[in-house]
Design a protein around this ligand. Structure first.
Ligand code: PLP
Length: 376
């Protein structure tokens, strides 16, 4: 049975261009802290990757810097824990990735900003909470606002430029988790005017094992992992050079790949039209909001998401539930809850996330299986 992969928001295939280059260095002893020839080679791979990443996000090298970490989860922890240790109030959206929500909660003084049923941030709530924080502020460290650019479950894209403008007006710093958006839509971090951003290699065609926090150079953060002086003392531990190489290549190909996602968007629209034509009760979450070109979160009556996942798995199709799915266990989705869906329908939500190589034939096979399931 041919296998069809429609779970690209979980992780992507390694880009062939990256695979070729990584295989070329895989056997080499590449520690970027070593002063010898191999070390210098590792260091130059690392610096090239930083250059490619900033270049593809229009981040001015004199303003922004890249701190490599092992995962997007770690980069989110790095920025949130740093503000937590400075006793800053944190304001995070209710649909953030769990690595933001759980970490911010630890501070005991974080607040969440609500979203509307379409998944877009509630600006009234943002302004009210910012004003509240300003009134009660005892002149401690500036607060941090953290709102993701694109949501992993629904694909909803937020107006980060406006959120950053408002946050700065109230004297806050702005962090955005751009993990899902990087490589799928054009991003200009200078224009967005954000202070921190999180990115992750394996979500955009690079290898698992490297990610980064991008930060303004003039802003200080506290390290989370101590030891050697790697990453300018902000993240100790030998850098994962093969993964970083793949990350840099994925970044340098991102403009090209963003264009390819235009075709994927047409496929996504085709998929949704077919689903709605076949089932009038099908609910596509955030359908009218601006979304990533590859993501559909859909629910229908009758079949819960775990039963659907199993059915598709047996049919050779990899998708995921719209629910938070980590360690293989399915829990109800905090994202759909935050969007005010508490009904049984939302526990039936599945997520189809296409990749650069997804074809119409694959979508037709998915649709055939989906329709058969509806008729069961
Ligand atoms: N942020 C978002 C929006 C994500 O979707 C994910 C992973 O699903 C992460 C952060 C965590 O990234 P990583 O898998 O590199 O830890």
């Amino acid at each position: 049975m041919t296998k069809i992969y429609l779970d690209n928001n979980a992780t992507t295939n390694l880009l062939p261009e990256a695979q070729e280059k990584v295989l070329g260095i895989m056997g080499s002893p590449l520690n970027a802290s070593s002063l010898h020839f191999f070390g210098r080679k590792a260091k130059s791979i690392l610096e090239d990757a930083k250059h490619n990443i900033l270049n593809s996000l229009n981040g001015d090298k004199s303003i922004y810097e890249v701190v490599f970490t092992s995962s997007g989860t770690e980069a989110n922890n790095l920025v949130i824990q740093s503000f937590m240790h400075q006793n800053s109030v944190m304001l995070v959206s209710s649909i953030e990735h769990i690595s933001i929500l759980e970490t911010a909660k630890l501070s005991g003084i974080s607040k969440t900003i609500s979203v509307h049923p379409d998944g877009l941030l509630n600006f009234n709530d943002l302004e009210q909470k910012l004003a509240q924080i300003q009134r009660s502020s005892k002149n401690e460290s500036p607060p941090l606002v953290s709102v993701m650019l694109a949501n992993n479950e629904t694909g909803v894209i937020q107006n980060i430029k406006e959120i950053a403008r408002i946050s700065h007006k109230y004297g806050c710093f702005m962090h955005s988790d751009i993990v899902q958006a990087f490589g799928k839509i054009s991003i200009d971090i200078s224009d967005l005017d954000i202070d921190f951003a999180t990115i992750s290699s394996h979500k955009m065609g690079g290898m698992i094992g490297s990610a980064a926090l991008i930060k303004r150079k003039n802003l200080k953060i506290n390290p989370m992992i101590f030891g050697g002086g790697q990453e300018k003392f902000l993240r100790a531990g030998t850098e994962n050079i093969p993964s970083i190489l793949s990350f840099g290549i994925a970044a340098s190909l991102s403009q090209e790949n963003i264009l390819k996602y235009k075709t994927i968007e047409t496929l996504r629209d085709y998929l949704e039209k077919e689903i709605q034509f076949h089932s009038s009760s099908a609910k596509i979450y955030s359908q009218n909001a601006t979304r990533l070109p590859n993501t559909t979160c859909v629910a229908t009556t009758g079949k819960d998401s775990s039963a659907q996942l199993m059915y598709f798995d047996i049919s050779g199709i990899a998708i995921s539930s719209g629910s938070a799915c980590s360690s293989g266990k399915i829990e109800s989705s905090h994202v759909l809850h935050a969007m005010d869906y508490h009904d049984t329908l939302s526990s039936n939500a599945i997520r189809v996330s296409m990749g650069l190589n997804t074809t119409k034939d694959e979508i037709d096979i998915f649709l055939k299986a989906w329709k058969e399931l509806q008729n069961k």
